[in-house]
Ligand binder design. Structure first.
Ligand code: SF4
Length: 326
């Protein structure tokens, strides 16, 4: 469905290029919820922008490509970096970070839906028919059609987020990209949004890619997750397996730091800070914080390899069937 081949993306600054996504290769499948996790500033949002082909200077694609392919309404489609925007709305849609703020504050929601669902974007009926279908769709999502007559400021944050999700999913795109869709919402509303996204994905059997720094979000809904650190994936696999048995030192520390019911042991964070992307360390970028680092780690970038069926990781200790002890 979505294939990344050696994708690298950078921000061009006065002080030189800042490589935010570095040689990332992996596949996201049809009919799955794929979570992208990692600390703030690790490149999650930039990666999502590259997947959506929303690459605006100073962000540039330095190498590699994204291929979006599949079958919709019986017709095969294929787009790649440079022309994915032709597939926006109909084949792929995007729920941006702070989505509640992207709505035009002085336009009623009805007009914002009609401005987006156009023949150019794949709508097959006139505006009155589209509006009727939007109303029916909102009811299906347990939203009152009355919201269409509201201005965004008249709705709560949770309602605005639900409206954005309704807009992004209305055309039943094959892929939906969601960037921190529950950030800034209280826990009850968060749960409702996650349930809405999961229900839509299970119903439409499409692909949902969700970026979140909150591991709890991934635990609740993602089928597979990729853990990013400093611009690359360090571990990727089935969510349940990674939470049960993480293999990369960073993932081990990340999951070990999560609170669990009944676990009274003192939790400690990961010492140190992620590296400055303007001047990252040579070799493994996690080496300055890794308790298992050895000389080779400071010189050689570990390859992202399949360390067991369906599980990928980038650590020298995991080569040739090795494990990280302790
Ligand atoms: Fe730690 Fe070395 Fe593995 Fe990097 S390659 S995670 S520094 S042991």
């Amino acid at each position: 469905m979505l294939k990344l081949e050696n994708l690298s993306a950078s921000y061009q600054t006065l002080y030189g290029d800042v490589d935010v996504v570095k040689n990332v290769s992996f596949e996201i499948y049809e009919n799955e919820i794929f979570g992208i996790a990692g600390e703030s500033g690790c490149g999650k949002t930039t990666l999502l922008k590259a997947l959506y082909d929303i690459v605006v200077y100073p962000l540039v694609i330095k190498g590699g490509r994204v291929v979006l392919s599949g079958v919709k309404d019986g017709k095969p489609f294929e787009y790649q970096t440079g022309n994915i925007r032709k597939a926006w709305w109909n084949n792929i849609s995007y729920i941006p970070q702070a989505a509640q703020s992207v709505l035009n504050p002085i336009t009623r929601l009805k007009n914002q839906f009609l401005d987006s669902i156009t023949p150019e974007n794949g709508a097959k009926e006139d505006k009155a028919q589209t509006l009727k279908r939007v109303e029916d769709y909102l009811v299906e999502l347990d939203l009152s059609p009355d919201v269409l007559n509201a201005f965004p400021f008249q709705l709560s944050g949770g309602m605005r987020q639900r409206a954005i999700i309704a807009l992004a999913t209305f055309m039943s795109p094959s892929v939906i990209l969601a960037d921190e869709p529950t950030t800034a919402l209280d826990v009850v509303v968060q749960r409702g949004i996650l349930m809405m996204l999961t229900r839509l994905q299970r119903q439409n059997k499409n692909t949902l890619v969700i970026v979140s720094h909150d591991m709890g979000v991934h635990y609740q809904i993602a089928d597979r997750i990729g853990i990013m650190y400093s611009g690359s994936f360090v571990e990727l696999g089935k969510t349940a397996d990674i939470f049960e048995d993480p293999v990369h030192p960073y993932t081990i520390m990340l999951i070990g730091a999560l609170p669990r019911i009944g676990d009274t042991r003192r939790k400690t964070g990961i010492p140190g800070r992620p590296p400055d992307l303007k001047n990252p360390p040579p070799g493994c970028r996690f080496a300055p914080r890794c308790p298992h680092a050895f000389e080779r780690c400071t010189k050689e970038v570990p390859a992202f390899i399949e360390v067991m069926p369906g599980r990928f990781a980038a650590c020298h200790l995991l080569e040739n069937g090795g494990r990280v002890n302790g």
